[in-house]
Design a protein around this ligand. Structure first.
Ligand code: WTA
Length: 652
């Protein structure tokens, strides 16, 4: 664990906001309901989750055993039950909500489409039938590389319908990243689009997919291509098929494939401490239960709401709070293909008014970026339909929190700052809109049924207010990850290696204040958070050393006003000194290898890296250098102290 000196937070926050009275009066779940949930979870963890699973999920075969912890840390929930996730998201709404709008889709160019639950059901069934006809069977993997359009949700739900396992790859990822994910998952099918427009710019998805498949992806038998951009693309004979042809003759009903509760629903790759992304594997029933409970509790999501999560389906937030949670709750939601600043920086606020959004969920990086554009943009719009605001993905600074509260929520809407991870599947530590007093920058309390705590390195509880430590979850929960695809040892080592097989280590450090409220301090591993997206510094280093000019590289982050963190790369060349041109080439090279989000903000050339006598790169020193801070750490173990002066002198 990197003993980061920022573990002691200097933040002091005295502002506390109770849930607004009017909000509580109008809320679906009242404070007494939430109190009862906390009490029930406290009284009997397993019985609590079993009750939720009976209340919120429709089972084909009911479960009799709730939790099996005998193979810890490989936990099983509701294991002898049978279920189908797409049935729970679609079929069960048809009788009462068939005509209700499931998705209000707004394209990059402003086109709007309303899709009813019946319509969504039909699209999913037809696509599911086509998948089966193409030979995709239960347990087979399909990689989805699509824009944030309804077809992405259709493809995900169709996989779920037939028990196939999807792995969505964010459309901003590069060809090598896509290829690595296809290869790791040994996917049989790739579902993509000819391209799409975001912020008016063409994203050439099929072209990138073709590059990925030219260098790997040998397991892919079929490529389904959605016509979205009207881009001029190549279609490979016998392999590639247009989406519209794929579904053309398929019936509009498809019997769901009932699967065991623990059957994998999806794999989603995320960054860790090594160069190789981890395929986080989620189970069917437990995951869906988490999606439903957290939508209902945290956001107070009800039948009258218009919910909008601005994430992309390529991230876990888009899985849980677009594809699965809102649909399983039978809610109406907005789905948006574009970016917040196009055509103008009031796009979000304009859409809130147009679609009368009641619950709005976005990332701090978006809030900070929009805040910089000025108050006039939100002020152009009424924003009076809003009742709950949410944030996710990274710590939110109190200034942005207050801006969100005042300019967007008009001091009327509770803000839920939700801490969770790809691995946790859904919210873990967060205010509950109708119940929890909030504070700027605090994720407040763990949800009912979630046992969060802070430990020191020896495993003792950290109880002092303001003291930092390792954030852990001490009991399994239904929507936790089940393993890392194909690598159970890495699962055990990464998440349960620090203490014991029942103590999940999140990879974040945290502290509690005098009220016992949690504040997240940041990662304790080599993961950085750029605009709310996780990236392993090792991945960036591997990409850099793959460049012919580079001998060695070390990557760290430093705080960034809008992105939260920005990447700084220290590079040792094989030959020569390096100049601005090479620095710029290397930045582009990383973007090509990994995707635009991984592009370093700065590349610094040096003759060497600060290393311990045993040859370990001293990253915390590099972090200090990257931030331009004075070095106060102990450098006595440094093998090459002169290198530090050089690194500092070359800083910009
Ligand atoms: C960070 C995103 C502070 C944290 C859902 C975590 C947060 C990582 C918050 C997971 C928050 C997420 N406050 N930090 N509200 N939410 N994080 O897997 O470091 O993309 O470990 O999941 O983001 O990122 P991931």
């Amino acid at each position: 664990m990197a003993a980061d000196n920022q573990i002691e937070s200097v933040l002091k926050e005295d502002r506390v906001f109770e849930p607004p009275r009017q909000f509580v009066e109008d809320a679906v779940l009242k404070p007494a309901d939430i109190k009862a949930l906390y009490a029930a979870a406290e009284a009997d963890h397993e019985a609590f989750w079993a009750d939720q699973a009976r209340q919120y999920l429709d089972w084909h075969k009911p479960f009799t055993q709730t939790l099996d912890a005998s193979k810890a840390p490989f936990f099983e929930w509701f294991a002898d039950g049978q279920i189908n996730v797409s049935y729970n998201c679609l079929d069960r709404h048809l009788a009462d909500r068939g005509d209700k709008t499931a998705i209000i889709f707004e394209g990059d160019d402003g086109e709007v489409e309303h899709i009813s639950y019946r319509d969504l059901y039909t699209r999913v069934c037809r696509f599911a039938n086509a998948l089966k006809a193409a030979g995709l069977a239960k347990g087979d993997r399909a990689v989805i590389y699509l824009p944030n359009v309804p077809e992405a949700a259709v493809a995900m739900l169709a996989c779920a319908r037939i028990g196939a396992i999807h792995s969505v790859v964010f459309g901003g990822f590069s060809a090598p990243s896509l290829r690595d994910r296809i290869d790791d998952a040994e996917a049989k099918m790739l579902i993509t689009a000819d391209g799409n427009y975001r912020g008016g710019k063409l994203i050439p998805l099929k072209e990138t997919a073709d590059k990925a498949l030219a260098e790997g992806g040998a397991t892919i038998e079929t490529v389904v291509v959605l016509k979205r951009a009207g881009a001029d693309i190549a279609m490979a004979d016998g392999r590639d098929v247009w989406w519209h042809d794929f579904v053309a003759d398929q019936p509009s009903e498809c019997e769901p494939t009932w699967v065991e509760a623990e059957h994998p629903l999806f794999i989603l790759y995320t960054s860790g401490s090594t160069g190789k992304p981890k395929g986080i594997q989620h189970a069917s029933a437990g995951y869906l239960l988490g999606a439903i409970c957290t939508c209902r509790w945290v956001f107070d999501l009800g039948d009258e709401d218009v919910f909008w999560c601005t994430a992309d389906v390529g991230w876990i937030t888009g899985h849980t709070y677009i594809a699965y949670g809102p649909t399983a709750c039978g809610a109406t939601q907005v789905m948006f293909e574009g970016v917040p600043t196009y055509p103008e920086p009031d796009r979000f606020w304009k859409m809130v008014d147009t679609h009368q959004v009641t619950i709005f969920y976005t990332a701090p990086t978006a809030i900070r970026a929009l805040m910089k554009h000025g108050d006039e943009y939100p002020q152009r719009h009424a924003l009076d339909s809003l009742r709950v605001l949410g944030t996710v993905g990274e710590p939110i600074n109190p200034e942005a929190w207050m801006w969100y509260r005042e300019l967007i929520g008009k001091s009327r809407c509770p803000i839920v700052d939700t801490w969770w991870q790809t691995e946790t599947g859904g919210h873990m530590i967060t205010p509950i809109a109708s119940y929890t007093p909030t504070k700027p920058g605090s994720v407040t309390q763990a949800l009912p049924g979630i046992d969060a705590d802070i430990l020191d390195e020896s495993g003792e509880r950290v109880t002092n207010a303001g003291a930092g430590g390792v954030l852990v979850i001490k009991k399994p929960w239904p929507y936790m990850l089940r393993t890392i695809w194909g690598d159970p040892d890495r699962y055990r080592g990464t998440y349960f290696g620090m203490y014991d097989a029942h103590t999940y280590v999140a990879g974040d450090s945290a502290q509690r204040d005098e009220d016992g409220d949690f504040r997240i301090l940041g990662r304790i591993d080599d993961v950085v958070n750029i605009s709310g997206h996780r990236l392993g510094t090792m991945e960036v280093e591997s990409a850099l050393v793959a460049h012919e000019a580079v001998a060695e590289a070390a990557v760290v982050s430093r705080p960034h006003e809008v992105k939260g963190e920005a990447i700084i790369a220290f590079v040792i060349l094989k030959d020569g000194e390096g100049d601005d041109r090479l620095a710029s080439d290397l930045r582009d090279w990383v973007a090509e290898q990994l995707g635009a989000i991984a592009k370093p903000e700065e590349v610094r050339f040096a003759d060497g890296l600060p290393k311990t006598r045993s040859g370990k790169i001293m990253r915390r020193l590099l972090r200090t250098v990257a931030r331009g801070d004075e070095i106060t750490q102990d450098v006595s173990t440094l093998e090459n102290p002169q290198i530090l002066e050089q690194l500092q002198a070359r800083g910009s």
